[in-house]
Design a binder for this molecule. Structure first.
Ligand code: FHN
Length: 684
């Protein structure tokens, strides 16, 4: 009896604390909506990448294209890198100036690197001496920022925190060039506990932290189970904290959205890109540099224009996302002047137009050719904010497809009323000849109730170009209501007397299809058009002998885009049975050229999809069909080619810099469902 009681007592002591840990992975929508509310309203934040890497400022032994990755990209041994600790002394750092600049730019939160991949901590951590208190500066930077946010108000402090750590001995996934740091005796649990204790410091000692922005989750060191556990850990520390999707393993490359599954993370994190369309019900934040580097690089003067940044902000908000715009401060603690200038100019625009960004939701329209649209409902009134990039030259701005009757249309910045007329659900707005704001003039269209939007029909077809014929179907977008479709195939605008769409259109010649929705004899939507081109199939070649597989030539080197491989001597070559990195998979700083012939089974229009990390390109019969070049995560680009049955030359070029690596090619036609190009189609 005694023993059973003792076991019960022990198990209660062990289990209860765990039971005290709430599982937030199945949080209710209502609870999440409440927690995310400030973040969704904010729409605009400042990213800050700052640390020891700002000391070399991107330069190392004559090369100048480094930044926050410099310890890896310049292969700096740990001991040599640690010397930057004694040189980090940002005497001009002024937390209140930073916070005020973010606030004046119209930003609502700051996400700063508490610890980047190099492991250096910007705060006074009791868990390590590899922190700012070991530098000549000896001030707790994050604490000064937290105090400044509290004092100035209106800015939430958030922390970027890297899971990957190139300094802590127990983060056992070393850089492939690091031969001087053996992993014997390392203990991953010890590292994870170290990280958790530091996260507890950050969430306990620095005020009301808004977001943990994790990063560096992609290495094998970190698992999906780790991700779920860490998400719950930080949520239990601070239940209202928001956590990005890089806490776990569900992120789909640089496109940043979370794959289906039980992954931790509250929002997607597209990086250096903006999704084509918003995703209803999905929270996401595009993070971008102002120039080409996250950390300060003194040679990088390739700053995006203020126009580009303001339009990106509007584009992102029109798709229901947040914009996290990066600053890479200098070693002395100041922002680069180019960044300061842009923040000021953005702030001027936000001062006059911030209402069209904050608390808005995605446009109810699809593509708008003169700009973007955001919307906001207050009580029973809707305001559409028309972000006009391309100001009409004829004094008339048209908005097609709005079923509501406007009660007021005006320019947001100066409340100047604009005359307008509405016919067939098209609103013609009379605009001044010159744009009040050449970057982005916001016009408000105000009406009662929820927006009623008649979207133009969809023009569906396998491809815009075809060989013999293409079947075109027209359809209404969801909740198209009682509309019907009228269309033309001679390029003229559809009118009430145009053909009523009933059955599939079969085109055997080039044509422009235009379509429009009509309700009770009246046009209600904009006009959509799609151009179809008849193409001659590329001629196949005869092969004297076709052996299975393709020729692969491997090259070693470090590039940020595809080199001219013809000018480089290959390290080795061989035969490969698929489009893949082959024997070099998992390595870094290499390139491969795969070439031979595609055995095409039937004459048809073929679609190709090229996925790669990093850059790649596809040539067929010498034509560049896909350009997927550049430094990026696993990204897919597509292209089409009209091919006659038979052999066609194929060449895939691919390079890997650092990080993940892969290259895959998919093929599809109306008769072949999308698949990786099978070995039986690859010969040399
Ligand atoms: O490797 C990091 C990089 O240094 C930078 O912090 C970006 C910002 O999102 N995140 C990782 C690359 O995806």
């Amino acid at each position: 009896m005694k023993k059973a009681f003792f076991l019960l007592l022990i198990s209660a002591i062990i289990i209860l604390p765990v039971l005290g840990q709430k599982n937030y992975l199945n949080e209710s929508k209502a609870d999440k909506d409440k927690r995310m509310e400030w973040w969704r309203d904010a729409r605009f934040g400042m990213f800050i990448h700052w640390g020891l890497y700002s000391v070399p400022a991107g330069e190392w032994k004559g090369t100048t294209n480094h930044a926050e990755w410099i310890r890896t990209t310049a292969q700096i041994p740990l001991k040599e890198y640690d010397q930057f600790v004694s040189r980090f002394n940002p005497v001009k750092f002024n937390a209140e100036a930073w916070v005020q600049m973010a606030k004046d730019a119209g930003m609502k939160y700051i996400t700063i690197t508490s610890k980047h991949h190099d492991g250096f901590c910007l705060w006074d951590s009791k868990e390590t001496d590899f922190d700012v208190m070991s530098t000549p500066f000896k001030r707790d930077i994050l604490k000064e920022l937290a105090d400044a946010c509290r004092k100035i108000g209106g800015i939430k402090l958030c922390f970027y925190h890297s899971i990957m750590d190139w300094h802590h001995p127990d983060y056992s996934q070393r850089r492939e060039w690091e031969k001087d740091r053996p992993t014997t005796g390392t203990n991953r649990d010890r590292y994870i506990n170290y990280m958790k204790k530091q996260l507890k410091e950050l969430v306990t000692n620095y005020g009301d932290i808004g977001v943990f922005w994790f990063d560096g989750e992609w290495e094998n060191f970190w698992t999906h189970e780790d991700g779920k556990a860490l998400y719950n850990y930080v949520r239990n520390l601070k239940p209202d904290i928001i956590v990005n999707n890089r806490v776990d393993k569900g992120r789909g490359g640089m496109a940043g959205m979370t794959s289906d599954g039980d992954y931790g993370g509250d929002f997607g994190t597209p990086e250096q890109e903006i999704p084509e369309t918003g995703l209803p019900g999905v929270d996401w934040e595009s993070c971008m540099t102002m120039n080409d580097h996250w950390g300060y690089n003194k040679a990088d003067k390739n700053f995006k224009s203020t126009e580009d940044l303001i339009r990106k902000l509007a584009d992102i908000a029109s798709k229901g996302g947040n914009f996290l715009l990066n600053i890479g401060p200098k070693a002395d603690g100041t922002f680069p002047q180019e960044s300061i200038d842009r923040l000021k100019e953005i702030g001027k625009w936000m001062k006059a137009n911030g209402e069209s960004i904050y608390g808005t939701s995605a446009s109810p329209f699809e593509h708008i050719n003169w700009g973007r649209i955001t919307q906001k409902q207050t009580n029973n009134t809707t305001k559409l904010y028309l972000h006009v990039f391309d100001w009409p030259k004829d004094g008339k701005l048209q908005l097609h497809g709005l079923g509501n009757d406007p009660k007021h249309i005006y320019i947001l910045a100066d409340n100047k009323d604009l005359e307008y007329a509405k016919k067939d659900n098209t609103i013609d707005i009379k605009t001044p000849i010159t744009a009040p704001d050449k970057i982005n003039t916001v016009i408000v269209v105000e009406f009662n109730g929820q927006p009623i939007v008649y979207r133009p029909p969809l023009i569906n077809a396998y491809s815009d170009s075809f060989i013999d014929q293409v079947n075109v179907s027209l359809s209404l977008p969801e909740n198209g209501g009682d509309a019907v479709i009228r269309y033309t195939s001679d390029g003229t605008d559809p009118v009430i007397s145009s053909a009523l769409y009933k059955n599939e259109i079969i085109l055997s010649h080039s044509a422009i299809i235009k379509a429009r929705s009509f309700v009770k004899g009246k046009a209600v939507s904009g006009i959509v058009e799609r151009k179809f081109e008849k193409a001659e199939p590329w001629i196949a070649v005869d092969l004297f002998k076709a052996e299975p597989g393709l020729n692969a030539n491997y090259y070693e080197g470090e590039w940020d885009k595809l080199p001219d491989f013809r000018a480089i001597t290959s390290k080795e070559s061989g035969i490969i049975s698929s489009i893949s990195p082959g024997k070099y998979a998992g390595q870094e700083k290499y390139g491969v050229v795969i070439q031979g012939y595609l055995d095409i089974p039937a004459t048809a229009m073929y679609s190709f999809y090229l996925n790669s990390d990093d850059g790649s390109a596809l040539y067929i019969d010498g034509n560049k069909v896909i350009d997927n070049d550049g430094l990026h995560g696993m990204v897919e680009k597509s292209g089409t080619a009209p091919l006659a049955a038979g052999f066609h030359s194929i060449r895939v070029e691919f390079f890997e810099n650092t990080g993940g690596d892969d290259v895959q090619l998919f093929i599809e036609s109306e008769k072949i469902k999308r698949q990786q190009v099978p070995a039986k189609m690859l010969v040399h």
